[in-house]
Design a protein around this ligand. Sequence first.
Ligand code: SAM
Length: 210
Amino acid sequence: MSYLFTDNLEKYLDIHIMDRHFIFKEMERYADENDFPIVGPQVGQLLYILTRISNARKVFEIGSGFGYSALWFGLGMKDTGTVVCTEHSEENINRAQEYLRSVDILRSTLTFHRGNGIDILSKSNDHYDIIFNDANKEDYPKVFDTAKSKLKKNGLLISDNVLWHGQVTEPEQDHKTAGVVEYNKAIFNSDNFFSSIIPIRDGVSVSVKL
Ligand SMILES: C[S@@+](CC[C@H](N)C(=O)[O-])C[C@H]1O[C@@H](n2cnc3c(N)ncnc32)[C@H](O)[C@@H]1O
């Protein structure tokens, strides 16, 4: 689903989707039928490319849902590697594990941790090639504060929904919009990151740690 483009442009983008493993299509169908917000294939294939060109081996995800975005990271890895998935809901984690059983081409490992991904990241002793943020929008500023010390040099901090249905330009902002706006200011004002917003779907920010 797009929030930003005309219907025609959206249809055009939707026909420029790479062929993908059948399980992605099943996950997309489930998301559609259950109104579950996943990144979708346009963003998924971007995550795959960013993983591949950065040669990422260690990815940390905040807000994994039922594993759709995590699977794009996992398949983007050239070789072995790990995607650390974090999710509040046990039901979502169980569903993710069920889907992943059907994917026999994965060389990387996806591990699932139930709880608040920001807290789990803050307690992690590892440093990551990519941190992917799809947390609750009001928590985005906290994600930046936590993630900046947990990335390797040249590591990528990627966030979904940074244009938040276009609401980031509205004068009246609820707490979710305010969280996203504060996050965007932080990534563009930091001397330690170089950032860009890619306006596909709901906007994806990519910030490289300098
Ligand atoms: C937009 S959905 C994620 C979808 C997933 N990234 C994908 O595209 O396939 C957001 C999910 O993150 C979870 N969530 C939100 N904030 C979280 C946090 N701080 N820690 C762990 N899970 C979180 C919610 O339970 C929900 O399942």
